[in-house]
Design a protein around this ligand. Sequence first.
Ligand SMILES: NC(=O)c1ccc[n+]([C@@H]2O[C@H](COP(=O)([O-])OP(=O)(O)OC[C@H]3O[C@@H](n4cnc5c(N)ncnc54)[C@H](O)[C@@H]3O)[C@@H](O)[C@H]2O)c1
Length: 331
Amino acid sequence: MRAVQIGVGSMTFGRTWRKGLMEIEGVETVGLIDPNPAFLEEARGFYGLPAESCASWASKEFYEQVQADFIIDSTPHSFHYKNAIEAMRCGLNVIVVKPMSDTVATAATMVKEAERLGRKLVVAQQIRFMQPVLQLKKLIAEGIVGDVAYIQADSYFTRQGPVRDKWYQPHPLLLECAIHQFDLIRWMTGLEPESVMADAWNMPWNDEVWGKKTAIALFQMNNGSRALFRGLSTEQPGESYPGHWEIEGDKGVLSLIKGNIYLGGERIWPAEEISEAELDLPALNAEVLKDAIAYFAGNESPVLSGADNLKSLRMAFGCMDSSEKGQRIQL
Ligand SMILES: NC(=O)c1ccc[n+]([C@@H]2O[C@H](COP(=O)([O-])OP(=O)(O)OC[C@H]3O[C@@H](n4cnc5c(N)ncnc54)[C@H](O)[C@@H]3O)[C@@H](O)[C@H]2O)c1
């Protein structure tokens, strides 16, 4: 299948797709799009493409010229809606990096438009493919803790917090970071959120510029259980992804601490204790790409789809709404 990447260059998150694009059999990079000429030129050199395979902006003519089958959109999220709608209307399938879009309305339209046009939309929530996450999901499905009653997910940042000085957004932590844990809460447990109470703020050492960098959210899940998320920009030690998890059911408690899984306090995975979970984004994005290619080729049960991801995105926006209104929000 013939890929066009939008948002390229070794200085950007777009670089993390190179491994999959180069190594996966049956995938060929045929076009690159980026308004930054230096980034475009560097990526062109990497893929060894002629100048006519590169463009500053997406267009129907360009997609037709390079005979693209799908796009990987790794631009900032405010551009995802336009890029996805245009590509789908040109007959292409779409892989878009998280977050799917910068509002629920635009994301919902992307999902509806994919259905209407018969296109496939994938949101690259690659943390789903981390080994400890896959193990936890399997253990929960096997019933090792019984019916899930309580979930806690903690994600730790430095005191500076997840600052995005490239563009302003009011909630960088909730939209760009917590979206991973929100997605994992749903995916690992198979439960869906019904409502949320949340608070997002800044610690005294954080500037208000670049938005709120700490948040706590309590979700009520559809089996009556509660899921507590804490995203902390503090000096407390811990990792951002997948973070520290506690999942308690009527038969026991599973913990995920620095990539190790414990049952009732006893380590059960991996065989040798590790010091931290390995976060290899190029390898994880290669897994996303394999899942997407199979979906485009007809697999009806992909790990990642836009329709599914909309439910995770609603959790992030529900938190913002709750924090701003000081109320519980139905999801
Ligand atoms: N784990 C993850 O999945 C993960 C990790 C990091 C970033 N991201 C996401 O990736 C996205 C991009 O983040 P980044 O830090 O690489 O951003 P960035 O500002 O570095 O931009 C990425 C690229 O997009 C290009 N670009 C900007 N506007 C464009 C447009 N209108 N059309 C085409 N290209 C355009 C830029 O020139 C750049 O090459 C964000 O939405 C972010 O949340 C995801």
